[in-house]
Design a protein around this ligand. Structure first.
Ligand SMILES: *[C@@H]1O[C@H](CO)[C@@H](O)[C@H](O)[C@H]1NC(C)=O
Length: 429
């Protein structure tokens, strides 16, 4: 017995490690094959052309009609089947056997209400709108993956769903896509976002919570307007709002464990027009963020209490609105450990071990979190920084620009993750 047990453990260990080595070997061959195809000059020119077309005609959330048409035209010419409309302008394409397992890849489609200040040949043609968050590249990378996968469809051991999702920039497009049944039966999902702080050729992510859960609020404090010389005859909402906003800061500094990450930010305040008038009303609003859903509910509850009670202290009244219909709160973005490990392994074989980085947790939000709540999900970022090209400007900057060399890397990354996921999990279905 004493000999038998270690022997059994040892043989299990040997079996597993050689199996893993074999799997990694196949995965790296596959990743390299896909990368070589994507870097082919004809493929590269096509994927750049797609990205530039989307870039020139940016559309805001749930208005992505032209972008959606372009996606469908490209899918038609590749001979790829798709469902449309899903969540108004969204498109969900399918490649493979039509059977389980189903693995999804996601690209968001919408632009931002921002004037592009980069002067280049394919600058935005629409005044006041710009792809300053790289969703044009996400669409091009996913269409690139469609082309790579369609050429290998006979080899797919299941089905890849390519999800072109509308309205990521505050419209909760992911929520609406799920509600429309766009991802029914999907076993796991992967999403990729460009990252101008990382050099082209690198990828990054982290297991567990990666991005914050976020919510928005707006508040109106109503007092009683009057002459500035007689404050005792009015009820000053400016003083009430000032102390309320200062009190809101104590929720994080005095009520939150200092080792836990939470944010409350008031981003605007409006009230009053003249130096000698006490106004009737002051309005303000902001966002709150946490890395746990409990944290998010706590902040929401306390924001309401603090505003209402502080207003009452100053003999004013308050209305707090969390805009859950229009500006739906986003859950915490959590990377599933198993999907994360899979993507990391495939990613390293694609870009090389030293070009994978552990990404820090940031308190930004992303509606991909609606997927991560419903199914195992992983989100990675892909570097687009090249100082020569000045593609190191932050996301949402009017100077945002990408290094298009990242497009073939992203396309093959998507395709390699999906194909190898189906290879690894097909036996379980
Ligand atoms: C940056 O872009 C320039 C121009 O396309 C290119 O020559 C150079 O090799 C790139 N640098 C890196 C580090 O990729």
């Amino acid at each position: 017995m004493a000999i038998f047990v270690p022997y059994l453990l040892l043989s299990t260990f040997l079996y597993q490690s050689s199996f893993c080595a074999l799997e990694t070997h196949f995965e790296s061959d596959l990743a390299q094959e896909l990368l070589i195809s994507a870097k082919d000059p004809k493929f590269f020119d096509w994927v750049k052309r797609v990205r530039r077309q989307v870039h020139q005609y940016p559309e805001l959330g749930f208005e992505e009609h032209r972008t959606s048409q372009l996606i469908r035209d490209e899918l038609d010419s590749l001979g790829v089947q798709y469902k449309w409309p899903v969540a108004k302008t969204g498109v969900v394409a399918s490649i493979g056997s039509g059977d389980q397992p189903f693995f999804a890849l996601r690209a968001d489609m919408d632009a931002l209400p921002l004037q592009e200040l980069v002067d280049w040949e394919y600058k935005s043609m629409i005044d006041g709108k710009m792809h300053a968050c790289g969703h044009d590249s996400h669409v091009a990378m996913l269409l690139g993956a469609a082309k790579l996968l369609q050429a290998r469809r006979e080899r797919l051991k299941g089905t890849v769903k390519l999800v072109f999702q509308p309205g990521e920039e505050g419209y909760a497009g992911a929520y609406h896509l799920l509600k429309d049944g766009g991802l029914d039966n999907v076993n796991a999902i992967f999403g990729l976002h460009v990252m101008p702080s990382l050099p082209t050729g690198t990828i990054a992510s982290r297991p567990g919570p990666m991005l914050a859960g976020t919510g928005m609020f707006s508040a109106a404090i109503k007092g009683k307007g009057g002459h500035a010389s007689s404050p005792h005859l009015g009820r000053d909402p400016i003083v009430a709002a000032s102390l309320t906003i200062a009190s809101l800061q104590q929720i994080v500094s005095r009520e939150t464990d200092p080792l836990e990450a939470r944010v409350v930010t008031v981003g605007y305040i409006e009230g009053g027009q003249a130096a000698n008038v006490i106004p009737e009303t002051v309005k303000f609003g902001g966002t709150f963020r946490s890395l746990t859903s409990e944290g998010l509910s706590y902040l929401q509850e306390r924001i309401k209490e603090v505003i209402e009670m502080q207003a009452a202290v100053h003999q004013c009244s308050a209305i707090v609105d969390f805009m859950e219909e229009k500006q739906m709160p986003h859950p915490v973005m959590v990377n599933d450990e198993a999907v994360y490990e899979h993507v990391k392994r495939v990613g390293k074989t694609l870009v090389g071990e030293p070009n994978f980085q552990l990404f820090p947790v940031i308190m930004g939000g992303e509606d991909f979190s609606f997927y991560s709540q419903r199914m195992p999900a992983a989100m990675f970022v892909i570097g687009t920084k090249n100082e020569t090209l000045k593609s190191d400007q932050p996301l949402h900057s009017p100077y945002f620009f990408i290094d298009e060399e990242a497009l073939p890397i992203g396309a093959s990354f998507h395709a390699a993750v999906a194909m190898s996921y189906l290879d690894s999990y097909a036996a379980e279905f």
